[in-house]
Design a protein around this ligand. Sequence first.
Ligand SMILES: [Zn+2]
Ligand SMILES: [Zn+2]
Length: 258
Amino acid sequence: MNIRVLGAHNCESQATKFPSLLIDGVLAIDAGGLSSSLSLQEQKELRAILFTHQHYDHIRDLPAVAMNLFLDGSTVNIYCSQTVCDLLTSHLLNDRLYPKFHEVPEAEPTVKLTVIEPYRVEQIEGYGVLAVPVNHSPDAVGYQVTSPDGQVVFYTGDTGPGLAHCWERVSPQLLVIEVTVPDSYQEFAIGTKHLTPSLLHQELTSFHQLKGYLPRVITVHMNPRLEPQIEAEIAAVAERLKASISLAYEGMELNLQP
Ligand SMILES: [Zn+2]
Ligand SMILES: [Zn+2]
C-alpha cells in the first residue's frame, strides 16, 4: 500500500496544504489539498474520495476535482456521513456556488454520493473501509483502510481526546493522527476538539494498553506557525514511549509491505 500525504496542515500557504491523503493513487481521504496536488491525469485516476467531516479545510478541493472530472467525462465515488452529504449538496454543489455535479451529466453524474455508516466494513474499490466515530464535529469519523493484500492504515481525521473506543475497533500498521497545536494550547485543543503532543501521548498509551503494540505513527493537521514547538514535543513523546512518531509533510510517501 502506497500512501501519499498531499496535505499535512490545518492552514494553507505557499508551503503548506490542507489535509488530504492518497492511497495507491485511487482512494483519497479528505480533499483539502487534492486538486492542488494532483495532475489532471492523476485526478482522472481517482476512484473514490472518503470525507472524515465537513470542515472547509477537509472538503475544499471537491468542486475543483469535480469540474476537472466533468470536463474529462470521468466520475468519482464520494463516501461520507449523511450530515456531510447534505452540507455538500446544500452549500457547495448547489448550482449557486458551483454546479450540482451529483446531478450532471444526467446520464452519469460526475460525482456519486454514498452515505457510509460507522462500524460497518464496506468494500470500496477493492479496499475494506471501516468508518469509526471520533471526537470532533457531529458525525466526524476516522477511516481504517485495508488493502486487498492486507495492509492496514487508520486515519483519525480531526479529533479531540478519548479514542479508546476507536482502538477497540482498529488494528493498523500505520496510524495517521492529528496533532494541531503544542502543549501550551491544551485548553484550546480540548475546547475545539483537537490534539496536542501530551494528549497524543495519552491516546497512544491507551492504544498500547488495549492492543499490546504501537503502530508507526504519523501526525498531520499541524498549525505551521507552531510546528517547531510541536515537533520538539512529539520527539519527547516518541522518546518516552519508545515509538516511531514523525510529523507528516506535503509530498511524504509511505509504503506498507505485506
Ligand atoms: Zn475539523
Ligand atoms: Zn481540520
